[in-house]
Design a protein around this ligand. Structure first.
Ligand SMILES: Nc1ncnc2c1ncn2[C@@H]1O[C@H](COP(=O)(O)OP(=O)(O)OP(=O)(O)O)[C@@H](O)[C@H]1O
Ligand SMILES: Nc1ncnc2c1ncn2[C@@H]1O[C@H](COP(=O)(O)OP(=O)(O)OP(=O)(O)O)[C@@H](O)[C@H]1O
Ligand SMILES: [Mg+2]
Ligand SMILES: [Mg+2]
Lengths: 253, 253
């Protein structure tokens, strides 16, 4: 069973899209085949890999319970399911009940030779995020080391625990500290709290770094836009730390 | 007609809550009376003023179309309508149609001597944000000077234009550049774009500053937690720049 990994956090602007796109690109660089699914109507993940769309094809696939519309990208090893503003209509169409299982069956019908699927989620606990959680085997939670970030994290954990009743495979694999300022006192206070809440699951940190703020403007992930940069180093390290935890390091032979 | 100001942006983590809370506190300091309404189930605005809640009272008021539940805070001049995780249920209950006008009629029934109402919105274009837009006379859009931020802004503007058909009072009053890094090249590129898109409406900038990252942990707005700080200076300046634009500078006598 290939790994389905959701990158999720109710708190906005913590680095979900940056993490989903960077991990997909790093694992692609290491020879893996990755399907990157954008479930955020903002379509940020697509923008980061140079693909913009309206979201109507993805919405159509969900409405008809078909295979997801997959496009190739310029990023080695990475395919994309693009989103866009029209995807927001899914929130009205699939109001709860069995509606949140639709995405999982669309994903099952989607044919391709991928080692893993990475899903970029929107900043809310709505039907789109719930659908991703129901289809996933593991979760990566990017967290900004901030007080408001901790507040959102508690709500996130409560939501995950209630989804686990319907999807027993689901597990929080890692918490990734993003946009980190290690010279701020608050950084260490929050890191201590994260290690208490998620022992053994806190990854190496991703520093706040201009390469990560500028990469989306080039339509390329940071490891292609700024090969030698703090952003690239940090994500390469985290991608290796995570690979064994999501079962990507086994040799395919 | 007292001003009803929504602080809104689909993009997450740009500084909506920080801006809503800081403006309320600054105008309170200048002798105004402000009602701060938290419409985000994360309840971040409440956390910033030392009040946490479940959101069940606000949800109840919306369900029964009653006056909003107002509590006082330790912040001079500022009252609060608190949110919390249970507010998320409103998304399922008021699925579109007249459901999004409910908040406006609850606000009309809410009695109090306020000079203005400030609404902190969640990072999505859902029923909660739409409800706020329908009840508002002016909009403040915090923006992080980033490429992904611009992408979300275009969607935001399209959504506002469609709401204007139902609420002709609505107007984008200001775009507030938040978490700014003026030493980055990308900052100036994006600022130029913002001034083209919103001529005359771009406020002075709010710098990225540790005081604003740490203030929420104290349960106080930055002007009370760190009286002398970059964060306080920046928001005091922006609050004065905005006061005349939202009609708060007229003397009440
Ligand atoms: N480590 C970093 N250093 C500097 N900038 C970063 C870093 N990580 C992300 N960013 C920038 O911060 C902004 C927020 O990141 P991103 O969009 O990935 O967060 P998100 O959680 O996906 O946001 P949303 O909640 O809107 O989906 C983006 O402009 C991004 O370019
Ligand atoms: N100018 C600033 N300098 C440093 N940190 C800031 C600044 N403005 C906001 N922050 C911090 O950045 C994080 C995001 O800000 P905030 O929560 O206000 O954004 P938001 O748009 O309300 O987020 P959400 O989309 O989750 O509602 C918070 O931890 C906040 O403390
Ligand atoms: Mg995102
Ligand atoms: Mg907020």
């Amino acid at each position: 069973m290939k790994q389905v990994i959701s990158v999720v956090n109710l708190k906005g602007g913590v680095g979900k899209t940056t993490t989903a796109v960077s991990l997909a690109a790093c694992w692609g660089e290491q020879g893996k085949k990755v399907l990157l699914v954008d479930l955020d109507p903002q379509g940020s993940a697509g923008v980061c890999v140079g693909v913009t769309g309206s979201g109507s094809e993805l919405l159509g696939a969900l409405q008809n319970i078909n295979a997801l519309p997959v496009v190739s990208t310029d990023i080695p090893g990475v395919d994309l399911v693009a989103a866009g503003p029209e995807l927001a209509a899914a929130r009205q169409i699939f109001v709860d009940g069995p509606g949140d299982e639709i995405f999982k069956s669309c994903l099952k019908q989607t044919r391709g030779e991928w080692d893993c699927v990475i899903i970029d989620c929107p900043p809310s606990l709505d039907i789109l995020t719930t659908s991703a959680l129901l289809a996933s085997t593991s979760l990566i939670i990017p967290v900004e080391a901030s007080f408001l970030g901790l507040n959102g994290l508690r709500q996130m954990v409560a939501a995950v625990n209630s989804i686990k009743l319907r999807n027993s495979d689901l597990d929080i694999t890692a918490v990734v500290p993003c946009r980190a300022h290690p010279r701020r006192r608050i950084h260490w206070e929050i890191m201590d709290r994260l290690r208490e809440m998620f022992p053994g699951k806190v990854s190496p940190i991703i520093h706040e770094n201009v390469s990560l703020a500028e990469a989306p403007g080039s339509g390329k992930p940071v490891i292609l836009a700024f090969r030698i940069s703090r952003g690239s180093d940090d994500y390469r390290l985290v991608s290796l730390w995570l690979a064994e935890r999501v079962g990507l390091d086994e040799n395919k032979e």
